[in-house]
Design a binder for this molecule. Structure first.
Ligand code: HEM
Length: 403
């Protein structure tokens, strides 16, 4: 058995210091001894009352469901409380209190129930002193009793903190908070998805009608009137932007189940680059020999979005680098630009729906990317340095490892 006194650093000096702080003296010890006989005589009665109390509460009753252990524990507890009235706060006493505290933190009894029972015991013993002695006697003994009970509580707290139970509680709290946040995020996304779908659907038809009319107008109006043609061009440009936004809204609202296939990354990347406007951009590509297990249409859309963002970040000049590498069962496809980079406070929110720094767009592009990658059992990460550029990396199942 570990020596808890040593483990907790409670050497002679430290123990004396604690007693000194509580003001516990030989006089207190004497007073406690004066009620010892009475405490022994009524110990069974007090313990029975304590158990009556423990059985009233689900949280404490649960610890005594195993039959057979009860009588044994009751006897230990009886001896524990009797010891309070022996008035001997020596090394062995400290060790015993630490050990009992340690036992309770190991069975994961929450501190509020453990410490609460001291209050119950205090109440019952004072009641006995008044009944069998007098109120004056009780008033005389109470301060000494409290000093020792607080010493016990302090040692129990030591055992709880050092034993690791408090850390475990903190950890559980963190996990449940993360789960709660994740659930809230999912709920928000679901509501937003419904709204986006509704709005997108309602706007699609009117916009299609406007685009058809524009087409007619371009044909019908004089082709040599530069001013008219310029305005029609502007209208078409804006209608196309609106169309992209509606596309984003609809994408966001209905991410379908992915149809997984083994795809060579190089094919995907080359297809995306072919369709991108790369004027003024130097392209580097290193994706040979990698393949992923994912839905080709969905991942092409993600890559296309990331490449478009990268190009826009470089304002017509810079290097776009697309690489893929295998690592621990996944393939990491990185899209790197040499644009201005993203500030840390922006970076934190960048995948949140409706968050945008662009004058145009409603901030669903990266949210859609994240949802699509997640639907493919992957994840997307970002790293960025102001003045140097950004790298978005999608992590997906390795198509080779899976085969
Ligand atoms: C002032 C508060 C308490 C004191 C002084 C106390 C005292 C003790 C003592 C002396 C033991 C035997 C220790 C050992 O074997 O190392 C014990 C064991 C036990 N106590 Fe307590 N106890 C207190 C509160 C509680 C409460 C509130 C519960 C349950 C709700 C509880 C449940 C148990 C159980 C289940 C054991 C057996 C642990 C095991 O051996 O696995 N105790 N207690």
């Amino acid at each position: 058995m570990d020596d808890l006194i040593e483990k907790f650093g409670l050497d002679d000096d430290e123990r004396a210091r604690r007693l000194e702080f509580l003001g516990f003296t030989q006089e207190d010890a004497q007073k406690l001894r004066s009620i010892h006989k009475m405490a022994v005589e009524h110990a069974d009665e007090i313990i029975d009352q304590l158990y009556e109390h423990l059985f009233k509460f689900d949280e404490t009753r649960a610890f005594f469901m195993q039959t057979g252990v009860l009588e044994r524990i009751k006897e230990f507890q009886k001896q524990y409380f009797i010891r309070l009235t022996e008035g001997i706060a020596d090394r062995d006493y400290f060790e015993n209190r630490l050990r009992v505290g340690d036992t309770h933190q190991r069975i994961e009894l929450l501190p509020q129930w453990y410490l609460g029972l001291y209050s119950r015991y205090f109440h019952l013993i004072v009641e006995q002193i008044v009944k069998n002695g007098s109120t004056d006697r009780a008033l005389e003994v109470i301060p000494s009793l409290l000093k020792l009970i607080f010493l016990d509580i302090g040692l129990a707290m030591d055992a709880y903190i050092r034993g690791g139970f408090i850390d475990k509680l903190r950890q559980e709290q963190r996990v449940s908070e993360e789960l709660r946040q994740e659930l809230a995020r999912k709920e928000r996304l679901a509501i937003l998805g419904q709204l986006a779908g509704g709005v997108g659907h309602e706007l699609r038809n009117p916009l299609a009608a406007m685009q058809a009319s524009l087409y007619y107008l371009r044909m019908a109006l004089p082709a040599d009137d530069a001013k008219i043609q310029r305005h029609i061009g502007l209208l078409e440009y804006e209608a196309n932007s609106a169309n992209d936004i509606i596309g984003n809204l609809l994408d966001f609202s209905r991410i379908r189940q992915p149809e997984l296939a083994r795809i060579r990354v190089i094919d995907l990347v080359e297809d995306v680059l072919r369709r991108s406007d790369l004027s003024g951009i130097r392209v580097e590509q290193e994706t040979q020999g990698t393949s992923i297990l994912a839905d080709p249409i969905q991942i092409r859309q993600v890559l296309s979005n990331l490449v478009t963002n990268a190009i826009q970040a470089m304002h017509g000049g810079g290097t776009l680098r697309v690489t893929a590498r295998r690592e621990g069962g996944e393939v990491q496809i990185a899209v790197q630009d040499t644009g201005g980079g993203i500030a840390p406070d922006v970076l934190r929110k960048i995948f949140q729906p409706l968050f945008t720094t662009k004058a145009k767009g409603i901030g669903l592009g990266l949210a859609v990317c994240e949802s699509l990658v997640q639907a493919n059992a992957g994840r997307i990460t970002v790293a960025s340095t102001l003045g140097e550029g950004s790298t978005f990396t999608i992590h997906l199942k390795d198509g080779v490892a899976e085969s």
